[in-house]
Design a protein around this ligand. Structure first.
Ligand code: FDA
Length: 584
């Protein structure tokens, strides 16, 4: 007999674990979430928060979304990505990033009701954790996962209470391993991985210092510093990252992984800060220092029976592209509704197979992209002539050569411009953030071919209602003239049917099947004189079906299935689809 029983035990209160707990609690369950430490993230770590993550927070509620924006640094202050010899030194180039280029901003505005922003992990975690606990999740801090065994009905997990030193057991229907890059749950569950840990060495130096005079005229999250040694280890280049504008910062600097991690004391940290800022009498207040390694590893299996892993436990990669915490929260959005449906008896266990089928390709994609982004600093070093010598004097001469009035220097300037412009794949890869299209048993395409991408799929999001894709966002208007996103009509833990004029058959079918399956299904009609008005015609252009057709949308906003138009037996059609998706 276990000491504690719960439906879902979640290991870890990072972005993945706290988001899972918040979502499950919002769906009416009472999960138990544990963390081996006494509190949440103690350093800012992840910060870039993309639109898809903001949609998850919006789904949790406007209070959660509003609080995130309240604490975040807004998008307008994120995007003058600077390449320089030091923050106070010479600027070599700049690129507008994170949706701040006007063309990219237009795409962002058209794609989502959410705005990209910079929300350090020290704010995101408490927000998610508070949401979880205030809505019914149980939590135990200073509590460490030790091991687990599973059987046909559930999982028995042994935990260590670090305050008393005593072990106890938790019996749950499911175990979620959101325990970070050294996941013991993933190891004990026998998940398989590809790639390598520890491919480069990095250090974080968190410090306070007002740098407004050097940065406020070109506001950015990231200031990239080219100095001798900047290409060693690390994340591709020396980085001075804004934590709070403009007086709290995090420096990321590399070290050679073939040597032991350096002892980063205050004196060493202060020297690095002064060198990268480029002011030798600067008086930074060093808040913390830590070393870490760049990893290049992703899980090819993300679950085993009743044990599911997510977040860094399954994708281990450098912070390039800012995908770490975002992908972790999005893993949670994918899994939480499925666990809730199975626990409530609304779906069979087969639904849970779709978690791995849908999220493992994303894990591979983002780990590959983040590591490639590091490599893509290489051409900048090359164009500046920094790879031709290790002598700092010669390196400076090579860099200076770009300012000469010669054909060769003009070619060099063009090469620098191109190399910097190519970094759009790290600093404005909207497609990487938004284009996920799932292929699994929880999606029914009825053989409809996947639409190709008209533009570069890494850079540009392409909306479609092809089953598996996220529902396109457009603004619609309600009875009181209120403006809602098409995404707002869906989600919140339930399935939704969207239809229009001529779709009454779908409305009746959804109501009847909701009773039959014991599954809440929300139905909305969109169109002239319907509840939701499409005055601009944006919905008609985005939906890719006729007025009388239907979209079945999953609780995580992804289209599960679509019908082009009304059919003779809507109930039969919808029943067939729901039975497949829900494994009933
Ligand atoms: P995360 O590691 O955040 O959380 C794991 C949780 O599990 C913690 O609560 C931990 O205490 C708990 N835990 C672990 N083992 C346990 C056990 N045995 N028992 C109980 N609890 C246990 N990303 C980014 O996008 N931009 C960035 O700049 C950075 N920078 C950065 C710097 C450093 C130093 C690190 C280590 C990481 C980053 N990241 C980052 C990555 C980002 O922080 C990361 O992707 C997310 O935090 C992942 O969230 P998870 O919830 O998956 O794991």
């Amino acid at each position: 007999m276990a000491d504690i029983t719960t439906d879902v035990l979640i290991i870890g209160t990072g972005p993945a674990g706290s988001a899972t707990a918040a979502l499950l609690a919002s769906y009416g369950l009472e999960p138990l979430v544990i963390n081996r430490y006494r509190w949440l993230a103690n350093t800012p770590r992840a910060h870039i928060t993309n639109q898809r993550t903001m949609e998850v927070l919006r789904d949790l509620g406007r209070d959660v979304e509003d609080e995130a924006y309240m604490f975040a640094t807004e998008q307008d202050l994120m995007g003058q990505n600077v390449f320089c010899t030091a923050v106070a030194g010479e600027e070599i180039g700049r690129m507008q990033s994170w949706g701040n280029h006007p063309l990219s901003r237009a795409e962002h505005l058209l794609s989502s009701p959410g705005r990209m922003n910079d929300l350090p992990q020290t704010y995101m975690e408490p927000l998610l954790f508070k949401t979880a606990c205030s809505r019914g999740a149980q939590s135990r801090m200073s509590t460490e996962y030790v091991s687990h065994v599973q059987d046909a009905e559930g999982v028995t997990t042994t935990c260590l209470d670090r305050l008393t030193g005593k072990q106890f057991t938790v019996r749950s229907k499911f175990l979620v391993g959101a325990d970070g890059g050294n996941s013991k749950v993933a190891e004990n569950a026998g998940l398989s991985f590809e790639g390598k840990m520890g491919v480069a060495g990095s250090m974080n130096i968190l410090f306070e210092c007002d740098l407004s005079r050097y940065v406020a005229h070109r506001p950015s999250v990231l200031y990239w510093v080219l100095q001798p040694g900047a290409d060693v280890g690390g994340i591709g280049m020396g980085l001075v990252r804004m934590v709070r504008p403009w007086n709290e910062w995090l420096i990321v600097w590399g070290y050679d992984i073939n040597h032991p991690a350096p002892a980063v004391d205050d004196a060493f940290a202060t020297k690095v800060v002064r060198d990268l800022v480029g002011v030798q009498d600067l008086q930074p207040k060093i808040k913390s220092v830590s070393t870490w390694t760049v990893n290049n590893m992703y899980a090819t299996t993300m679950s085993n029976g009743r044990v599911f892993c997510m977040g860094d436990a399954t994708h281990r990669h450098p912070p390039s592209n800012g995908l770490g915490s975002n992908t972790s929260i999005q893993d949670a959005f994918n899994l939480a509704w499925k666990l809730a449906a199975v626990i409530r008896g609304q779906a069979g266990m087969g639904l849970l197979d779709s978690y791995q089928a849908e999220r493992a390709p994303v894990a591979k994609q983002i780990v590959t992209r983040a590591n490639k982004s590091i490599e893509e600093f290489g051409p900048i070093f090359k164009a500046l002539g920094l790879l031709d010598s290790v002598d700092p004097v010669k390196m400076q001469e090579n860099m200076d050569a770009r300012c000469n009035d010669t054909d060769e220097a003009e070619k060099q300037r063009e090469a620098i411009r191109q190399a910097i412009a190519h970094k759009v794949y790290e600093f404005d890869a909207h497609g990487v953030e938004m284009n996920q299209r799932y292929k699994s048993g929880a999606v029914v395409t009825d053989g409809q071919p996947e639409p190709g991408f008209a533009k570069d799929a890494e850079l540009h999001y392409q909306p479609t209602t092809w089953p598996g894709a996220r529902l396109p966002h457009v603004w619609l208007f309600g009875p009181e003239g209120e403006k809602v996103s098409s995404l707002d009509l869906t989600g919140h833990g339930v399935f939704t049917v969207l239809t229009g004029i001529g779709g009454d058959g779908w409305v009746a079918a959804a109501k009847s099947l909701s009773k039959e399956f014991g599954l809440p299904i929300t139905v909305h009609k969109i169109g002239s004189r319907q509840t939701w008005q499409d005055f601009s015609g944006d919905w008609a252009r985005a939906r890719e079906i006729r007025d009388s057709g239907a979209l079945l949308v999953r609780p995580d906003h992804h289209v599960a299935w679509r019908a082009e138009a009304a059919v003779a037996d809507p109930e039969g059609e919808l029943r067939r689809v729901l039975k497949t998706i829900l494994d009933r």
